[in-house]
Design a protein around this ligand. Structure first.
Ligand code: NAG
Ligand code: NAG
Ligand code: NAG
Ligand code: NAG
Ligand code: NAG
Ligand code: NAG
Ligand code: NAG
Ligand code: NAG
Length: 477
């Protein structure tokens, strides 16, 4: 019943303007493959398993010509529970083949779940999974799994190490907040390093462990980094980026042409900081710390969490995956049969000025564009709404350019006084009158506009330069 109501609801894709008039030029939409009737909101562009629950991306890698994506998965229902590592493979990061879960709860050290972790390609060329298990005592421990047959490029079967658990929460570590090992890296001394997310009291941190053999791990006397402004860190990620380059580099690289990124997931967002990492001393000297006013860097300001990067050696780039959670109720998830998607895979590099990261969907995604709809040279008068016809509203890949003929009265913004995130998320932000904007798109809109999701822009002046604020309406989340 519920589903047929959803299906019969007519939805539109619209252009809107609430500030000065703007002109939308060379505005093209690419409609997508037809959506199966029984699954009207299943995505076509984004990664999803065939059904049921998915959250964090785990251990993405490129191995013997194949891209692997593992993910936190409940294979039985569309709500959290029975957490296993779902496993899918692809030759182009766009079309996926879904395999059996790689690892599932089975042993005393992971019986209550195979939680997040990473893969590391060892010098032998074989990949290894490090993951968090929740053990019989509900403690979080770190475990190892290796491929049963490393000659199989699809790596269908994985064998858990008889030495598990490798790392247990002892001493001052809270056993309920100790998880998500990163891809490991070797220093010039050939000693392995890995970090694990956690907290000590209210201080969030990345525990650092070292090992000569990947099996016997010793806790370093200081964490890689910590912060008392963040709470518990989940899903840390730590990797080098090249200065002044579009290429990525592997997790071992470190020289004067690199900076290091430390990402941690907390307060429902993925935050990162930049710094210099010295592997000889494991000293990470940072530029700005987490949550510092004006430099609170994040990957994304929408629904995007528990992300993970990997180095794609085939195309010499670093790719970012992140979990896009839903705000549906458990009942809605059960009715539709699935919950959770992954973001587009995005290529991620250091900006030209070296102060932040920049991202773009990998260009393979453009393969999915079909049914080009063009909508050009339209004038958007103050308060107007234009319908873009010829596409389904539920998904479209949009390229849009707005021409703003008169910017003489652009209002000023001082980021030290006004938090742009706050401005975007204010109630009615998409309809408030600015001097230039908001203008933008209404996706999934009903004819009377009572149902809609706005993606919108507002132009400001900052330090004499014009800046655009891009927002998406999250008031329904
Ligand atoms: C859109 O128009 C602008 C300005 O005329 C031009 O610079 C740009 O290349 C065009 N983009 C596309 C995709 O046609
Ligand atoms: C391992 O995988 C390779 C490649 O798929 C296959 O040829 C070989 O038979 C497999 N070995 C075993 C023992 O299954
Ligand atoms: C594990 O490594 C530590 C530090 O290198 C060493 O002291 C200890 O003997 C090792 N334990 C085993 C069982 O190899
Ligand atoms: C938090 O950490 C900063 C610097 O690391 C320190 O100056 C400050 O006193 C700490 N605050 C608390 C409440 O521990
Ligand atoms: C580590 O980096 C800090 C700055 O973040 C610096 O003060 C300290 O001297 C460095 N320590 C070593 C051993 O290099
Ligand atoms: C879509 O149509 C527009 C306008 O006709 C054209 O400029 C653009 O190149 C087309 N894009 C694709 C992917 O076909
Ligand atoms: C731009 O807008 C301002 C204020 O509304 C107006 O005074 C000015 O004439 C406009 N300029 C043009 C070129 O339309
Ligand atoms: C926005 O401003 C325009 C003209 O400046 C005015 O006509 C309109 O009523 C205003 N809308 C709102 C919602 O304040």
């Amino acid at each position: 019943m519920e589903m047929s109501v959803l299906w019969s609801l007519a939805l539109y894709f619209l252009l809107v303007c609430n500030g000065v008039h703007v002109e939308a030029s060379n505005h093209t939409h690419r409609n997508l493959q037809s959506l199966p009737k029984e699954q009207p909101y299943r995505t076509a562009y984004h990664f999803q398993p065939l059904k049921n629950w998915m959250n964090d991306p785990n251990g993405p890698m490129y191995y013997k010509g194949v891209y692997h994506l593992f993910f936190q998965h409940n294979p039985y229902t569309p709500v959290p529970g029975n957490i296993a590592w779902g496993h899918s493979i692809s030759y182009d990061l766009v079309n996926w083949v879904h395999l059996e879960p790689a690892i599932s709860p089975s042993e005393p050290y992971d019986i209550y779940g195979c939680y997040s972790g990473s893969t590391t390609i060892l010098p032998s060329g074989k990949p290894a999974i490090l993951y968090t298990g929740v053990d019989l005592n509900n403690g979080q421990v770190q475990n190892l799994a290796m491929p049963k047959n490393a000659s199989d490029p699809l790596l269908r079967e994985w064998v858990k190490s008889p030495l598990n658990p490798l790392i247990s929460p002892v001493d001052d570590i809270d056993r309920s907040d100790f998880r998500d090992p990163t891809t490991a890296w070797q220093g010039p001394d050939k000693v392995w390093r890995v970090i694990i997310g956690g907290r000590i009291n209210a201080v969030g941190l990345a525990f650092l462990y070292q090992s000569k053999d990947f099996v016997n791990w010793t806790r370093s006397n200081k964490p890689l980094h910590s912060s008392n402004k963040t709470g518990m860190w989940e899903c840390p990620d730590f990797y080098p980026v090249r200065i002044n380059s579009q290429n990525g580099i592997n997790n071992f690289a470190q020289d004067k042409f690199t900076k290091h990124v430390l990402k941690a997931s907390f307060k429902d967002q993925d935050h990162y900081i930049l710094g210099n990492y010295i592997p000889q001393t494991d000293n990470f000297s940072i530029e700005y710390d987490f949550m510092e006013t004006g430099f609170d860097l994040r990957y994304d300001y929408g629904k995007f969490y528990a992300s993970k990067t990997f180095y794609d050696s085939a195309k010499k780039r670093r790719i970012l995956w992140g979990w896009v959670a839903e705000s549906d109720t458990a009942l809605d998830a059960i009715i539709k049969g699935w919950a959770g998607i992954q973001s587009f895979p995005r290529s991620i590099v250091l900006s030209a000025n070296g102060r932040q990261l920049v991202q773009w969907p990998i260009n393979e995604i453009e393969k999915l564009r079909t049914n080009n709809v063009s909508f050009e040279g339209k004038e958007l008068k103050q308060g107007s709404v234009l319908e873009v016809s010829g596409i389904t509203a539920s998904q479209a890949d949009v390229e849009v350019s707005f021409d703003l003929p008169n910017l003489s009265e652009t209002e000023s913004i001082d980021p030290n006084q006004v938090d742009p995130q706050q401005l975007c998320s204010q109630k009615g932000a998409s309809t408030n009158n600015g001097t230039v904007g908001p203008f933008g798109l209404l996706a999934l809109a009903s004819k009377d506009l009572t149902e809609q999701t706005a993606v919108f822009f507002r132009i400001f002046k900052r330090d004499g330069k014009r800046v655009a604020l891009m927002c998406s309406d999250q008031s329904h989340l």
